[in-house]
Design a protein around this ligand. Structure first.
Ligand code: ADP
Ligand code: MG
Length: 700
């Protein structure tokens, strides 16, 4: 039998089948439960009565008190509308109706005081209010002091079918009335009293119809907590179940590979952060648990070393590892770096990418199955063509600065005998977001850069400063430094972009002619072999300037390059800009990032660029990014629906989130499967969430 909240929404008075269909399509409201959790996105104070002369353009809603002096019907056919003049003792304003004229016409009387509520807009340099709510002042005064009224988001289609915000208010009034005594509590009494949270039914009533600001805050606090708490509970419970079911490979000890590497090959002293993170990983690998760890570390923080040490631990215990990079360039670079670093140790490393020839591929497969290779480095070709290992013990996924990493990681951990998984990302994800997105992964953070790094200086210029910038470049090249110039790439017109890039390249070559200068160019449409050739020339300092699209965005490491120039910087997102800037500032020299923009830049783009100039801190940039774009826009989150939060705000409600996570942890520590009586409501709610297909544990 359906519970009250599961009742289809068409059975609510005022809805019916047609509107129900629309509610489903437009705003995903299917049941009473869906409708009652469709919360206002803001509130207007209905205790405030404005004077007409106080109206100004920024006001979203006003409430006026006055009388109607004149009602006329004007215009023909589609332009037909009813207009009324409404006045108080400070002035007059026009009220307009385009629909429902017949119905409203007879109800507006002269010499009667009305309360009018609506959104003023400017038309012909005068204010009017279209489709206002009109109520007799006498009735208004009699109703219980309802001070705050919810405003609900709707769509054009809904509005056209009589489901504007004010109509939703009516529906919700009916629903809230009917729901009395029918809304089950889903938080145990113990938690509620500890946090002094009001009960669910009361919260739902006050979120829609708050009597005052205080009641509204109580309702918000309760519902935000509930939302975040159940996400965390579900994620953490999923993790516990996974760990109980899965036995991880045990890498019990470190051996010769690690020890010799540390003694003989270590090229620098590890930072404290690197040491700490390696320790965390070692602990995971030595336990019976299967590791599922996210390693966050800003660009240049030295994640590669952590990856290498982890893979050496695997090798010491007789297991193979693979390291997956998002681009071929990066895979090749990793291959070169790791081969160099492990020289003389007898660790066998090889490379597999999309352009590995079939014969070499076959050979690799054989060696992997025979267990002759310790470490395989590659691109997603590793997944696409199923590579068989003798005993794969560790998978490392590098620099996929997309949220897809989590999906990837989960894919690996779904097999019957899953390897340990380490996901490395340079995208600084705000902690709150990480907790929500990756709540079931453990997180390690490298929060320290190798010593001696000078923060990159970031400068903002428009096109007109080009000559000065060229002068600066020549000076830097004279000092022996190298330079990147990056052009944006927008998918919609790839040919245009390439032309842009080619033009840029030509103009650079004109100003930096051979034989004095040598310029490289790299873009996504090049053959991998050509790309690699050009990259290598730059790496070896045979070319001083590298002109490219964002293919160099990820992971390329040329410490001698100290200038990053970004063309059309306004067209890049914040995290991309930050990634690009991370390509420089790796050597001992002062590095520069020069952002060049067109003359016209939107306010939002300006904020992005300003943020870049102001800070080098990846976490601050990530937070600014989140604030500017909203979590829904972050790559990968929309499709996954994972941030489809109804009321909580991932930035503003960080405290609640942390609290919710700790509490969920405590509860699961005591009662991992939620079997105790007091936790029954929690188990029920999780079941319900599963039924509603909100499966936080498995995004893919
Ligand atoms: P990312 O975290 O961006 O992958 P890398 O692993 O590429 O960073 O490291 C960036 C640069 O810093 C490399 O040139 C690397 O050799 C160097 N590096 C890493 N760790 C240290 C350290 N502890 N001391 C000095 N240099 C380091
Ligand atoms: Mg890296």
């Amino acid at each position: 039998m359906k519970t009250f909240l599961e009742t289809p929404v068409e059975f609510l008075k005022g809805v019916g089948p047609k509107r129900a269909e629309l509610l489903k399509k437009e705003v995903d409201i299917h049941t009473f439960g869906d409708l009652i959790s469709y919360y206002p996105f803001r509130y207007v104070d209905r205790s405030r009565i404005y004077k007409i002369k106080e109206i100004e353009p920024d006001l979203a809603y006003v409430q006026l008190r006055g009388t109607i002096t004149q009602v006329r019907i004007i215009g023909e056919k589609r332009a037909r509308r009813m207009s009324a003049i409404f006045r108080d003792n400070t002035g007059e304003i026009e009220l307009v109706w385009f629909q429902g004229i017949k119905w409203i016409e007879g109800t507006l009387l002269p010499n009667v005081e009305y309360i009018v509520f609506g959104k003023p807009t400017v038309f012909n340099r005068r204010y009017n209010i279209a489709h206002p709510e009109v109520e007799r002042a006498a009735d208004f005064d009699r109703t219980i002091a309802q001070t705050l009224q919810g405003i609900y988001s709707t769509t054009e289609k809904l509005k056209n079918r009589g489901l504007a915000s004010k109509n939703l208010v009516k529906l919700l009034k009916e629903l809230v009335l009917q729901s009395q005594g029918k809304i089950p509590e889903n938080l145990p009494e113990e938690i509620r009293s500890k946090l002094s949270l009001i009960c669910r039914e009361e919260a739902l009533r006050h979120i829609h119809f708050p009597e005052d600001q205080k009641k509204l805050q109580k309702a918000q606090a309760r519902l935000k907590f509930e939302e975040l708490f159940f996400i965390q509970l579900s994620l953490l419970k999923g993790k516990i179940i996974r760990q109980q079911k899965i036995n991880g490979f045990v890498f019990a000890s470190v051996g010769e590979y690690v020890n010799r590497f540390y003694r003989e090959n270590l090229p620098f002293i590890l930072t404290e952060a690197q040491k700490r993170v390696i320790k965390e990983i070692r602990k995971d690998l030595g336990s019976r648990k299967q590791m599922n760890r996210l390693l966050q570390g800003d660009v240049g923080s030295g994640k590669t070393m952590v990856a290498l040490m982890s893979m050496l631990i695997a090798a010491d215990n007789g297991y193979q590892s693979c390291l997956m990079a998002p681009t071929e360039i990066l895979a090749i670079q990793h291959f070169n770096t790791l081969t160099r670093m492990t020289a003389g140790l007898g660790v066998r490393i090889d490379l597999l990418t999309g352009s590995t020839p079939a014969s070499k591929r076959r050979e690799l497969h054989e060696q992997l199955q025979a267990g002759e290779l310790h470490i395989l480095i590659g691109t997603h070709a590793l997944i696409e063509d199923p590579v068989l290992f003798k005993n794969l013990g560790l998978v490392i996924i590098d620099e996929q600065h997309r949220f897809g990493v989590a999906q990837r990681a989960r894919m690996w951990s779904k097999s019957d005998n899953p390897p340990h998984v380490l996901v490395m990302t340079a995208t600084p994800i705000p902690r709150t977001l990480a907790m929500t997105l990756y709540g079931d992964l453990d997180i390690s953070v490298i929060d320290e850069l190798p010593p001696g790094r000078k923060p990159v200086k970031t400068l903002l210029y428009t096109d007109s400063a080009r000559l000065r910038i060229f002068g600066f470049m020549k000076k830097k090249i004279q000092e022996g430094r190298q330079i990147y110039i990056v052009y944006p790439l927008i998918k919609e017109s790839e040919t245009m972009d390439l032309k842009h890039l080619a033009d840029g390249y030509e103009s650079i070559v004109r100003d930096f002619p051979p034989p004095e200068y040598a310029v490289s160019i790299v873009h996504g449409k090049m053959r991998p072999a050509d790309k690699d050739y050009e990259m290598q020339r730059f790496v070896k300092n045979q070319t001083q300037i590298m002109v490219s699209t964002t293919v160099i965005e990820v992971g390329v490491d040329v410490p001698n390059a100290s200038v990053m120039i970004i063309e059309n910087a306004e067209r890049f997102g914040l995290s991309q800009l930050h990634q690009l800037r991370g390509r420089v500032g790796r050597g001992a020299d002062q590095s520069f990032c020069i952002l060049i923009t067109g003359e016209k830049v939107t306010t939002e783009a300006r904020k992005r660029l300003q943020t870049m100039v102001e800070t080098n801190d990846g976490f601050r940039i990530a937070e600014a990014d989140l604030q500017l774009r909203g979590p829904g826009d972050l790559q990968g989150t929309k499709q996954s629906g994972i941030l489809d939060l109804k009321i909580a705000d991932i930035i503003r409600d960080e405290k609640i989130l942390k609290y919710a996570r700790n509490l969920a942890n405590d509860i699961l520590n005591e009662d991992p499967l939620l079997e105790l009586d007091k936790n029954k409501p929690l188990a029920r709610q999780l079941d319900k969430m599963k039924k509603d297909h909100v499966n936080w544990g498995l995004i893919s």
